[in-house]
Design a protein around this ligand. Structure first.
Ligand code: HEC
Length: 147
């Protein structure tokens, strides 16, 4: 009887997912309209941003700030949209840590693509900001936000 229990336990361990990095953040989105943007946004994020900010959004030590659970990121969609297009340099304070490395600009990202990345990032990891449309992005890019 005891041996059977141990086998069952081992069996369920062997079946459990190996790494939490493989989580699918999209699984937490239920609205189909948001999902349309976010599916594209995830692909773009992983191509344009994931190398630095990491696919799980946690950043890289003292070099690259996190986007996930980031007070700086949550504070302003306008500013994040601006940074995606224009990059960012100079000291910033994220979750109490100082970061000071340059992020390159993305002059080729179209408003729709920035909208898709933003909608993805602002509707996962516990956030729920709804669709950020390309006309929202165009509006945000017309006026430099406060930093
Ligand atoms: C080459 C590495 C690199 C890439 C690629 C990159 N970033 Fe960054 N990003 C940084 C660094 C470094 C900073 C901090 C800049 C500073 O210290 O002033 C930053 C800052 C930010 C910030 C503000 C800080 C925060 O934590 O909220 C946002 C938002 C952001 N990046 C989003 C993005 C998005 C979205 C993409 C993809 C379109 C992207 N970044 C691509 C390196 C990168």
């Amino acid at each position: 009887m005891r041996r059977l229990l141990i086998c069952l336990l081992l069996g369920s361990l062997a079946c459990s997912p190996k790494s939490t990095n493989e989580e699918n953040a999209l699984a937490t989105i239920s609205d189909p309209e948001i999902m349309k943007y976010a599916v594209q946004g995830k692909v773009l994020y992983e191509n344009y941003c994931g190398n630095c900010h990491q696919n799980d959004g946690k950043g890289l030590g003292k070099l690259i700030p996190p986007l996930r659970d980031s007070d700086y990121f949550k504070a302003s969609i306008h500013r994040s949209v601006w940074i995606m297009r224009h990059g960012q340099k100079g000291e910033i304070l994220v979750n109490g840590e100082i970061y000071n490395q340059a992020m390159p600009a993305n002059p080729n990202l179209k408003p729709l693509e920035i909208a898709q990345i933003s909608t993805y990032l602002y509707n996962i990891w516990g956030m729920n900001e709804g669709i950020i449309s390309s006309s929202d992005v165009e509006k945000y890019l017309k006026e430099k936000p406060e930093f």
